[in-house]
Design a binder for this molecule. Sequence first.
Ligand SMILES: Cc1ncc(COP(=O)(O)O)c(C=O)c1O
Ligand SMILES: N[C@@H](CCOP(=O)(O)O)C(=O)O
Length: 453
Amino acid sequence: MEYVSTRGNGGSVTFTQAVAAGLAPDGGLYLPRELPDLSGKLDAWEDLGYAELCFEFLKEFATDMDEAVLRRLVEESYKRFTDEKIAPLVGLSDDLYVLELFHGPTLAFKDFALQLVGNLYEEQIRNSSEHINVLGATSGDTGSAAIHGLLGKDGVNIFILYPDGRISPLQERQMTTTGAANVFPLAVKGSFDDAQHIVKELFGDLDLKRQYRLSAINSINLARILAQCVYYFYAYFQLPKERRGAVEFIVPTGNFGNILAGWLAKRMGLPAASFRVATNQNDILYKLFTSGQYEVGDVVPSLAPSMDIQVASNFERFLYYLVGCDPQKVRSVMGEFRDNGRYQFESFDADVFTASHTTDAGIREIIAEVYKKYGYVVDPHTACGFVERDPAKTAVVLATAHPAKFPETITEAIGIEPTAPALEELKAKTIVRHELPAEIDDIRAFIEEHAQL
Ligand SMILES: Cc1ncc(COP(=O)(O)O)c(C=O)c1O
Ligand SMILES: N[C@@H](CCOP(=O)(O)O)C(=O)O
């Protein structure tokens, strides 16, 4: 299978090359030249365990990898999950289900892809004997999942930018208390968007990228998206057969990676009816999907900090399909959006997407209501998925983080403090972090000083 850039000037590369590159050299994002039709495989996949399903799915894409190696890496990637089902589907009522994606090592859905990406990078280092330097931006969860996907692996330094003071204290502790000499958590004086922008600019500096062998762990990396497709199939197979008629996946959304993975799964044969873009008060995507107006505003810190994002990097992958896979149109829309901070679509076909948004007050109310009604505790991000439902559909809400990562908000809402052993043990550890301005030159200089060659 070949991979091409959304902007059309990145040539065509293999799976391994696309993963190693992260961002395409023309600044675009990689996608398969053609999506495979997997609908004929669903019957055979119905009863597979999570790792087996993941292997079967990924081997359609990693066609340049040895299958035995891929199988080993995939199996390894799900060993540290604490629930035997890996991604259990919990029924709250006949037509309302929660897909729990927080049983990995860092208690957020990012572990699904980043445990795997860590293993793919380790394999790459083993094969090339070259050191890599991982660079990423996080609004809370990607950073810790990436660090824990790579921790203890030789030949890699990790630089993670995060907005200082705008992630939860426990998310910060997950990144800053590892004690590992090759992990550099960079507390940046700015927003996640500032951090993500800097990271993309640095990946766009092709000399820097080549010299330091910079590798991406954000969802600009196609491996992230593909690994996240798997649990949509897995969730579907866990639904009772009589509930599979019209399924809406409700996805707490920020950078648009998670929901894009579901939508791609549908394009490949997953029989889902629709996907809900569930945002917090930073609702640029809600406005886009309800009006066609795509306009950057100021990010407002919220109770669901990992979704405090304005410019969602994976929108570009959706845009590519929206404009009929025409890279020139992608370049033109992205260019106008970059220059003006806005783009008005004349006709915006939202396809199978629906959208909702939630304020902080709404998040608190939902956490309390869901607990009262079902005895179930949702984290503030997952709460955004409980806003409204189409009664004609079976709803599957993606639970993207464990509530114990956000104890203050949960305690305020229901008077009970959620805990998780993996987080408790972090509280006594020493924090090591590096404070930097949100300036590309400062970040570049830090990397040049601390990267390994
Ligand atoms: C807990 C949580 N929920 C939801 C999201 C939003 O997911 P995405 O950025 O893939 O849209 C994130 C961050 O990515 C997150 O960490
Ligand atoms: N919400 C994310 C932001 C980064 O998104 P990614 O999916 O592109 O890595 C986070 O928690 O860091």
